[in-house]
Design a protein around this ligand. Structure first.
Ligand SMILES: [Zn+2]
Length: 90
């Protein structure tokens, strides 16, 4: 479960200290107020986890996920790159 860090938009909070972290499931609705004091909060960008971070994966994983990988050739052309697998019957 990802860890999210929040801080109070204005003022401070005696309950949470103005800044707190929460473990929340990805499917949970965005937290917009402090659970303790109901003040509006904003989510801080975590260095450890950001939901929109692009995480590159390997070519094999991309193919398994149905992606087509374009491999750059010389002359500025691109060709479809297929991972090498042992073809049956050869
Ligand atoms: Zn609070």
């Amino acid at each position: 479960m990802p860890l999210y860090e929040y801080e109070i938009c204005n003022g401070d909070c005696k309950a949470c200290g103005g800044r707190f972290t929460l473990h929340r499931p990805l499917t949970a609705a965005e937290l917009t107020q402090c659970p303790a004091c109901r003040k509006p909060v904003r989510k801080l960008i975590s260095a450890f986890f950001t939901p929109k971070t692009y995480r590159p994966f390997s070519i094999g994983q991309a193919n398994d996920a149905g992606f087509t990988i374009l491999k750059k050739e010389s002359k500025g052309e691109y060709s479809v790159h297929k991972p090498k697998r042992n073809a049956p019957g050869t």
